[in-house]
Design a protein around this ligand. Structure first.
Ligand code: MN
Length: 250
């Protein structure tokens, strides 16, 4: 089996290493990841400059790596189109430092790496450690991924669907299959003045849950200490409204 790994925290991130070390027994591993942190770059791609690559060497013989000075989507695109000896059987993204829950998946570089895998017709899974203001500890998450993968492979992921997984910090209570929660951020911008008297803004903010009923959401599962597993489709078409609009006589 040929496995492609990417992330948005950069090729030297602890979470990517935890993922790589725990799955390197499952097949040939190819790491193609940004050369620096590119979190929250969503599905951005680089078209206004060339992309540079640098080979990264691992001691395991079945592992090859390249750092790319682009986004997660760039990395997966480049891996599939040129760097790998053939199409990967599986794309894994992460393990991200920090959660990728609810609406946040739209901003996530980690989830976007998996989306790029999906666009290329490859089963893809995104992993995140749902640890906000704590020292990230992958000692539970890494082995959990290795345990989980063969189970998923047995069931096979439907085409056009990716799996988004959030692992709580500490020892999880178990797995929950969830839907994406709905959240937006409040108090986002910190307005400050620079030493030359010019105003600048720094984006931060705290998530506010918009769901009246949070039962079954990824946010709730992680809050309760469970590993959240959400199947995500990238077809954003609203078919119900599409049918309704056919009656509009435009
Ligand atoms: Mn990240």
């Amino acid at each position: 089996m040929r496995i492609l790994i990417s992330n948005d925290d950069g090729i030297h991130a602890k979470g990517l290493e935890a993922l790589r070390q725990n799955i390197c027994g499952l097949g040939d591993v190819f790491v193609v990841a940004p050369d620096r942190e590119r979190s929250a770059t969503g599905h951005g791609i680089t078209v206004d400059r060339p992309l540079r690559i640098k080979e990264v060497h691992y001691k395991e013989k079945n592992t090859h790596g390249w750092a790319v000075d682009g986004t997660p989507a760039d990395c997966v695109k480049l891996a599939v189109e040129d760097l790998l000896p053939g199409k990967p059987d599986l794309v894994l993204a992460g393990i991200n430092i920090g959660p990728n829950l609810g609406t946040d998946v739209l901003y996530s570089g980690t989830v976007s790496a998996a989306i790029e895998g999906l666009i290329n017709g490859i089963p893809s899974i995104a992993f995140s450690l749902a640890c906000h203001h704590c020292e990230p500890d992958f000692s539970n998450a890494g082995p959990l991924v290795a345990e989980f993968l063969p189970q998923v492979m047995r069931h096979s992921i439907p085409p056009n669907t990716l799996i988004n997984i959030n692992i709580p910090s500490g020892k999880p209570k178990g797995f929950k299959v969830t839907r994406l929660g709905s959240r937006r951020y409040v108090n986002i911008f910190h307005k400050r003045e620079d030493p030359r008297g010019r105003i600048y803004y720094w984006m931060a903010g705290e998530p506010m849950e918009l769901d009246k009923d949070t039962s079954g959401t990824d946010v709730k599962a992680v809050e309760e200490g469970y590993i959240s597993i959400t199947p995500i489709k990238i077809d954003l078409t609203d078919y119900k409204t599409l049918d309704m609009m056919k009656e509009w006589n435009l």
